[in-house]
Design a protein around this ligand. Structure first.
Ligand code: BEZ
Length: 221
């Protein structure tokens, strides 16, 4: 079964991109990374997504996350399509601020489980789905989200999960439903109360539950 699971080492693949040939781990260096795939160039939803990603470059940079896109078209197509993308982003003439991988043979798409069997090109070949992979500085997969070709992604949500991933990588906390940066977080269940009090100087509050079990512990970071 192709694909990659959370916690696995992300493959150190080699690929042709709009910025030349890369080896993925060298491309990432010590940074976090985000790889997002697209069904094809010159398609409407993909154009809106890449334009939004381009507009959010500073937000990804602020978080130390290197961006890279992928679709199954050629480097030349990617380069030409990027001009449309930047025009859609109201930045006509500027280069797309991140590379796009050209996975023309679909080798990487198969390896990473990215093909959507329900979406095919005119030749009947499957297109890539809208995958999001977030990779940590240890080169391990921290998050994957998979959308079908017909549903565009929400990049506010992608930034929000990166904020959660980066926070929970540093502190023994988890982020609750609909959490946004600055809101209270939850102490991880594995941390005993005695250690939680010492670790969180802003205090830990526990919500009373009908079960009497004290598992909903909040703190402010
Ligand atoms: C799009 O990007 O608009 C798209 C691509 C493939 C299938 C459906 C929509």
């Amino acid at each position: 079964m192709p694909g990659i699971l959370l916690g696995e080492l992300f493959p150190n693949f080699e690929a042709d991109t709009t910025s030349g040939r890369i080896k993925f781990h060298d491309f990432l260096g010590d940074s976090w990374g985000i790889l997002f795939s697209h069904p094809a160039d010159y398609t409407p939803v993909c154009t809106t997504e890449l334009a939004r990603a381009a507009k959010l470059t500073d937000e990804f940079k602020k978080r130390g996350v290197k961006m890279i896109a992928l679709s199954i078209d050629s480097v030349e197509d990617h380069k030409n399509w990027s001009k449309d993308v930047m025009a859609y982003a109201n930045e006509a003439g500027s280069p797309l601020p991140f590379p796009i991988i050209a996975d023309e043979k679909r080798e990487l798409s198969v390896q990473l489980g990215m093909l959507d069997p329900d979406e095919r090109n005119k030749a009947g070949l499957p297109l890539t789905a809208r995958c999001v992979f977030v990779i940590g500085p240890d080169k391990k997969l921290k998050l994957s989200i998979l959308y079908p070709a017909t549903t565009g992604r929400n990049f506010d949500e992608i930034l929000r999960v990166i904020d959660s991933l980066q926070l929970t990588a540093q502190k023994k906390v988890a982020t609750p439903v609909d959490w946004k940066p600055g809101e209270k977080v939850m102490v991880v269940p594995s941390l005993p109360d005695s250690e939680a009090t010492a670790l969180f100087p802003n205090g830990v509050t526990t919500k009373e539950m009908p079960s009497g079990k004290k598992y909903l512990r909040y703190t402010q970071i």
